[in-house]
Design a protein around this ligand. Structure first.
Ligand code: ACO
Length: 420
């Protein structure tokens, strides 16, 4: 596919023999050392799925990369929805702003629609990139830094959960064995969470040399009094000491998952009770994580990052709206505008406590909105009333945004624990 706007630049799915060159271009696009060892190429080879890795080529050199893969994202209520997850998007600096991303994105979204994927998902490097393609920020992420001495646990607290459970350090093999089932349980209960393939566990426990550098983290597992694995955390410490021989370690959480409130509380208490650790960095958490309130003094937790996280592009409004549950019963007519032509139309959402139906309708619309704004509402994170105030949703019937919020919003905010 050559394009009149960028003559000579060929955008197409790559061949497996081009994978190493594609990885080199990926590194160059992310401003990382533009070389890839044979070992890393082999470690990443499972990511090569025919047709799902796009590249742009100019004079035989790869100058842009784009990868999509099959994923499930959890809708409100727990249904797993088929997603086209987008990652590894780069256009080399020499070829930027000549429409190369637009061509790759157009081809991938069309293929995803054709396959029957309900949504496309991604984590955006920069806020301004993906809105034009119909994506909307559907979840938010918050990072906290905890000043451990100020948190108020005191030095005497043992790291034994107060509910009869226990915490043990385990090895990477244990994580690969115990993690997938636990994660499956967690993500199916968490709107906005996404599936993790087998490769995720290998990469994140150092079983395959995916990155040029790897530091082995600590892994701790929480088991309930009944012996069930209910929580797991991966964290690193930096072995820092001050001039006056005072311990100044930071424990930085790579990821923490918990299937029960008891496991969640116990793992944070554990992290805040490790001798020598003065600071705990929470990693990417839900904006309404209970973390600060778990501390005797919640002010010891300071927010260091708060930003958009999972972006969603609805490809099939009917299936997306029927997949989720609703807080109450009600009807809403949505005029959805989608310039790309994938999912626009006027839809009647009829929600009951037993499920919802969504059908094309000719009834007068209650709300008019772009497809990306519907993505913000889909997982319940954003408020239709706020979007009306922002001029991003138009109320065609007075009070319709309030009805939308009553139907769509959730008591806990959606969250995607993963970067992909
Ligand atoms: C899911 C992920 O992988 S996120 C990672 C994204 N990658 C990066 O950030 C790496 C560094 N950046 C890049 O590789 C490139 O600049 C990309 C991929 C962001 C954009 O690629 P390009 O080929 O330059 O984009 P393209 O020419 O198709 O741009 C289309 C439109 O998007 C706009 N746009 C592109 N990038 C940005 C940006 N970072 N911020 C705001 N607008 C942008 C362009 O201005 C253009 O707008 P227009 O149609 O009004 O003229």
């Amino acid at each position: 596919m050559s394009d009149p706007d960028a003559p000579g630049i060929d955008v197409r799915p790559i061949e497996e023999a081009e994978f190493a060159e594609w990885l080199r271009a990926l590194n160059a696009g992310f401003l990382r050392e533009p070389v890839v060892s044979a070992e890393v190429v082999e470690a990443r080879r499972p990511q090569f799925v025919p047709g799902r890795l796009l590249g742009a080529f100019d004079n035989g050199r790869c100058v842009a990369t784009y990868r999509s893969f099959a994923q499930e994202v959890t809708a409100v209520g727990g249904a797993a929805v088929a997603a086209d997850a987008v990652s590894n998007v780069t256009v080399t600096a020499t070829h930027r702003r000549r429409g190369v991303l637009s061509r790759m994105m157009g081809a991938d979204l069309a293929a995803a629609k054709e396959r029957g994927d309900v949504v496309s998902t991604l984590i955006a490097a920069e806020y301004g990139i993906y809105g034009r393609f119909g994506f909307g920020p559907a979840t938010t992420m918050t990072e906290w830094v905890i000043d451990v001495p100020r948190a108020g646990f005191g030095p005497s607290r043992p790291a034994v959960p107060d509910d009869g459970g226990r915490i043990d350090l385990v090895d990477p093999e244990d994580v690969r064995k115990l993690g997938p089932d636990l994660h499956d349980r967690v993500r199916r209960a968490q709107p906005g969470a996404v599936s993790r393939g087998e490769l995720w566990w290998q990469v994140n426990t150092g079983a395959v040399p995916f990155f040029s550098k790897w530091t082995e983290p600590f892994y701790a597992v929480y088991r309930s009094a009944a012996g069930e694995v209910e929580g797991m955390v991966s964290y690193e410490c930096d072995d820092k000491w001050g001039d006056a021989k005072q311990p100044l370690n930071t424990a930085e959480v790579n990821w923490l998952i918990a299937a029960t409130p008891g496991a969640e509380r116990a793992l944070w208490h554990y992290l805040c009770s490790i001798d020598w650790v003065q600071t705990v960095k929470s990693g990417w958490r839900s904006p309404d994580d209970v973390l600060p309130l778990l501390l005797p003094d919640p002010r010891a937790a300071r927010i260091t990052t708060q930003a958009d996280w999972l972006w969603v592009r609805l490809l099939d409004v009917v299936r997306a709206l029927e997949a989720r549950t609703y807080a109450t019963a009600g009807e809403l007519v949505l005029e959805v505008v989608d310039a790309a032509g994938f999912a626009g139309g006027r839809y009647l959402l009829d929600a009951t406590s037993d499920g919802a139906s969504c059908t094309s309708t000719t009834r007068t619309a209650d709300l008019t909105l772009e497809i990306g704004e519907l993505a913000r509402l889909w997982l319940g994170d954003e408020s239709a009333q706020r979007l009306v105030t922002l001029g991003l949703v138009r109320e065609e019937r007075a009070g319709a945004a309030r009805v939308a919020d009553a139907l769509l919003r959730t008591s806990r905010r959606p969250w995607c624990p993963d970067m992909f």
